[in-house]
Ligand binder design. Structure first.
Ligand code: PEP
Ligand code: MG
Length: 582
């Protein structure tokens, strides 16, 4: 039966594929496609794991027997019997085989997929005893996964690409209750053609990573992961924020047409790659890329970016079970990004973890804090651990020997934070000098993303070479709207007069002192706002590589002189959105 689920449109385009439902607790399980001829060895891996777990259970049973504890612990004994039975359960083993042989899932993925299928059946059972067996099944699967983890080699990008070439027939789309930014990063190299999550706001970091992958995504779709079943055919309309489940042939044909239109549109835009971004009245506009990993430099160059305006370095720190990257590892990563940009500038932002970017899923430093977005996040987190911050600063300064580097500091609000951060940059330089380690010059920049900073721009301009406006947080903190909370997403408004005033006055004050200023929040990549930002005097935009050409198209059609007067009217309006619609 066809039905649709509505959410927030966060990454454009249409994806059509079979649903892969991933339970939030199991997104760290490897997901890749195997070649059809590998199915037997994949099933064999699972058989071996099953034997290990079964022997383990049998050993515990023997020990209980030797201790005469069977009678003392009847529940434990019964539980072990149930686990043994579940291990051999036909629905589990046949189901797993189905996913491996028919769909070419790797064994771990097949196992968790089948677990989801059976779990749903358990959920629907009336009998509370049987319903509780779901927890047992989960335990059994967890044990199997743990055993298999020992055998699993990590999946490289090329291995995935090979597998895709060899194995798949149907495209796949991922449906999950929630995905952390670190999970998203893992899926960056994956086979999924689109994403849907139950929770999340338009500028949540999960949405941002989806956009950076340039694949259709819908977040905040509430109960999508419950309503959609494993293997359902699903259409994700990333422009409208709609997910159509089990579409009729007519609906499918319509979306297929829309998908092709999108491809044609992209093809047309790609011709602008080498066209300079200049307005009709001759203003040169700098279009920069936002990246999360050094390897993203390739996409940045391909899109014609003139540099990296924001390298979100925190993605190097995530999903490592608290084991932070050391100086050498960070240096190599920054160096790769710098070299990857072939002489174009790279703006490396110091680590911004916290809020909706925990270091590890379920293991954030902020877990026990009431309001992480207002808590120990970004520069506050760095200044709380100066030794760790110095490691990052040294690594960035060293990378600056390989090409032009800008060092950007997030979420500053206080003069004291500015002084401490800059003193630590100086200390990092001195430490490198003392150790005789080469380092390069960097331009120093501050993110303007807290209203307190936007209201004290002269202070920032006294200390920094350039400013970068982080509109995602500036909107969140100005309007008191959690950017990751879909329940208040309708109030998250880039066109609120207060937000526009802060953005416009930051640009004007930086220009008055001849200092560089760019916007690196999602507003910069939103084509409906390009003309307004140009009219406000913005000449540097940083966004996901996938947005660059569409923004360039707007620029090529704009006369910045004419837009300046209109932008003043928009800024003075009670309802700026109404003027934009004209
Ligand atoms: C912003 O806040 O606009 C920004 C670019 O930083 P992030 O989205 O990583 O918080
Ligand atoms: Mg920010």
């Amino acid at each position: 039966m066809t039905f649709s689920v509505h959410g927030l449109a966060v990454s454009r385009g249409v994806a059509i594929g079979r649903a892969v439902i991933v339970a939030a607790s199991r997104v760290d399980v490897a997901h890749y496609l195997i070649a059809p001829e590998e199915a037997e060895s994949e099933i064999e891996r699972l058989r071996r794991a099953r034997t290990v777990v079964a022997e383990d259970i049998a050993r515990v049973q023997r020990t209980l027997g030797e201790l005469g504890s069977h009678d003392a612990h009847p529940e434990l004994s019964a539980l072990l019997d149930v686990h043994l039975m579940l291990l051999q359960d036909e629905q589990l083993t046949n189901g797993v085989k189905h996913w491996v042989v028919e769909r070419h899932y790797n064994a771990e993925w097949a196992l968790t997929t089948q677990l989801e299928v059976i779990s749903r059946q358990f959920d629907e059972m009336e009998d509370p005893y049987l319903r509780e067996r779901k927890a047992d099944l989960e335990q059994v699967v967890d044990r199997l996964l743990r055993v298999m983890r020992g055998e699993t080699t990590s999946v490289t990008t090329s291995a995935v690409a090979d597998a895709v070439r060899k194995g798949t027939e149907d495209p796949l789309v991922l449906i999950a209750h929630d995905l952390s930014p670190a999970d998203m990063l893992q899926f960056k190299q994956s086979v999924f053609a689109g994403f849907v999550t139950d929770v999340g706001g338009k500028t949540s970091h999960t949405a941002i990573v989806a956009r950076s992958m340039d694949i259709p995504a819908v977040v905040g779709a509430r109960s999508a992961s419950h309503l959609i079943r494993q293997d359902d055919w699903v259409v994700i309309d990333g422009d409208a924020g709609v997910v159509v489940v089990d579409p009729s042939p007519i609906v499918l044909a319509e979306y297929g047409f829309k998908q092709r239109q999108g491809e044609i549109e992209r093809e047309k835009l790609s011709r602008l790659k080498n066209t300079p971004a200049v307005t009709l009245d001759g203003q040169k506009i700098e279009l920069l890329a936002n990246i999360e990993q050094p390897g993203d430099a390739v996409a940045a160059l391909k899109a014609g970016a003139m540099g990296v305006g924001l390298f979100r370095s925190e993605f190097l720190f995530m999903g490592r079970s608290g084991q932070l990257p050391d100086e050498e590892e960070q240096y190599q990563a920054y160096r790769r990004a710098v070299e990857g940009m072939q002489g174009l500038p790279v703006t490396i932002r110091t680590v911004d973890v916290g809020a909706d970017k925990p270091l590890d899923r379920g293991a954030s430093r902020n877990d026990d804090h009431l309001n992480p977005a207002l808590g120990l996040r970004a520069i506050r987190w760095s200044l709380a651990d100066p030794a760790m911050f110095l490691v990052q600063l040294r690594a960035i300064l060293r990378a600056a020997t390989h090409g032009p580097v800008n060092l950007l500091i997030p979420m500053l609000a206080h003069g004291s934070e500015i002084r401490q951060a800059l003193a630590l940059v100086q200390r990092a330089r001195e430490q490198l000098d003392a150790a005789g380690v080469p380092h390069g010059p960097v331009q120093l920049g501050a993110m303007i993303e807290v209203p307190a900073a936007a209201l004290t721009i002269p202070l920032f301009l006294r200390h920094f070479d350039f400013l970068s406006i982080g509109t995602n947080d500036l909107i969140q903190y100005t309007l008191a709207i959690d950017r990751a909370d879909e329940a208040v997403s309708h109030l998250y408004d880039p066109l609120h007069p207060a937000v526009l005033q802060l953005v416009a006055s930051t640009i004007a004050q930086a220009h008055a002192l001849g200092k560089g200023v760019s916007v690196c929040g999602e507003m910069a990549g939103d084509v409906t706002l390009t003309r307004l930002l140009l009219g406000m005097g913005l000449r540097s935009f940083s966004m996901h590589p996938s947005q660059i050409l569409a923004v360039k198209q707007q620029i090529l059609r704009s006369d910045s002189g004419k837009l300046a007067g209109w932008a003043q009217d928009v800024l003075a309006a009670d309802e700026p959105a109404a003027l934009l619609a004209d």
